[in-house]
Design a protein around this ligand. Structure first.
Ligand SMILES: Nc1ncnc2c1ncn2[C@@H]1O[C@H](COP(=O)(O)OP(=O)(O)OP(=O)(O)O)[C@@H](O)[C@H]1O
Ligand SMILES: [Mg+2]
Length: 355
């Protein structure tokens, strides 16, 4: 439904000198959606967010909010709030004043400011830090202040640029959960920039994958993982074993591929034809050890190396002269006596792409 689209960036092109940083990029974000922009460093995520916020003018393309073209509107007219990559708090102001700043600019009455700031301080669990200066807070607390400063103006759209990247792993986990809960409670349409695939998948309803100024795929986390639209997208979501092969036969949705590790049966919605060169991809964690009784693919192979990491076991496997990886949970993998084993792979867990 077209009217449920809150924000759209359409065919955005942005060049700096002769470098095209955004190459005809389009996204559609629905009302109350949590939308992640995921991509490696330099892929154009911040630039796209800045175009949406109005800090960067695109060379061409449009930004639409609630059906209205706002491409030329200044940032302060956009009903958006942004938390910047290097959240810059004013060092000479207290936490309270940092958060209140946006409301003072809007000339709100004192008692209203007090009420609103107190409410967001409470939301981000910083009630008792109100009169502290930012430099006396931990990184995680400063990040919360930055978030509160964005929330206090009650934006319709919240733009977050890698808000957790400066934090240690534990704090990142904590704040990530809090952001998810805040989003659930407030329902603010959110665009969240990150280079962390797990973070994007955990938080977002929809993830757009950016690479070199292009969006190479936009889908739900589960579809991006299970049914990626391209090899590039598949590679972005975790490790993947790639086997080049030739399509031997196609029967309905089943594709039989000749590869160096033997014939692989794959289930696919795409159309492949006999004789076509393809790449069959299998995620290490989709390999069964030992093979389930009804596995479509049972492959006899050797175990070359077993590495324990505590929660996961990484196993290097070899068939003919091709090595590949399996990842197992300790409950499903016990070091076998023999180096020979029979692994299994479901036809649904084999992804095929044109070579
Ligand atoms: N003002 C600018 N002038 C010239 N080049 C720029 C400017 N801003 C960004 N770029 C270039 O555009 C490209 C994309 O930058 P951008 O900051 O959007 O990437 P990013 O995906 O946010 O990366 P990171 O994850 O490192 O923050 C980079 O190559 C960057 O050098
Ligand atoms: Mg950036």
């Amino acid at each position: 439904m077209i009217d449920s689209i809150k924000l759209a960036a359409l065919n955005i092109i942005k060049k700096y000198k002769d470098t095209t940083v955004l190459n005809n990029v389009s996204i559609n974000v629905k009302k109350s959606q949590f939308f992640a922009l995921l991509g490696p460093s330099g892929s154009g995520k911040t630039t796209l967010l800045r175009v949406i916020a109005g800090f960067v003018k695109p060379d061409s393309g449009k930004v639409i909010v609630d059906g209205k073209d706002i491409t030329l509107e200044p940032p302060n007219k956009r009903k958006m709030a942004m938390v910047f990559q290097n959240f810059s708090l004013w060092p000479h102001m207290t936490v309270f004043e940092n958060i209140a700043f946006g409301l003072r600019v809007k000339k709100l009455a004192h008692h209203l400011i007090k009420e609103k700031v107190t409410r967001v301080l409470d939301m981000v669990h910083l009630e008792q830090y109100s009169s502290k200066k930012p430099q006396n807070l931990s990184g995680g607390q400063q990040q919360r202040v930055a978030l509160a400063r964005a929330l206090v103006v009650e934006p319709e759209i919240l733009l977050l640029d890698e808000p957790l990247s400066n934090l240690d792993a534990k704090l990142r986990d904590e704040l990530r959960q809090e952001i998810k809960i805040l989003h659930r409670d407030l329902g603010i349409t959110t665009i969240y920039v990150t280079h962390d695939q797990k973070e994007a998948m955990y938080l977002a309803d929809i993830v757009a994958v950016m690479m070199n100024g292009y969006i190479i795929g936009t889908d739900s986390p589960e579809n991006l993982y299970r049914r990626p639209s391209s090899l590039e997208v598949a590679r972005f979501f975790g490790e993947i074993n790639e086997f080049t092969g030739i399509v031997k036969e196609v029967i309905g949705n089943n594709c039989y591929i000749d590869t160096y590790i033997g014939e692989i049966k794959a289930e696919t919605d795409s159309n492949f034809v006999k004789g076509e060169k393809v790449i069959a991809c299998i995620r290490p964690e989709m390999i069964q050890f030992p093979a389930n009784r009804d596995s479509a693919n049972k492959i006899h192979c050797q175990i070359i190396k077993i590495e324990f990491t505590g929660t996961l076991i990484y196993v290097t496997l070899k068939k003919n002269s091709t090595t590949f990886k399996g990842i197992f949970l300790p409950a499903s993998f016990r070091s076998p006596e023999s180096k020979e084993c029979m692994i299994g792979i479901d036809a649904r867990d084999v992804l095929i792409f044109k070579a």
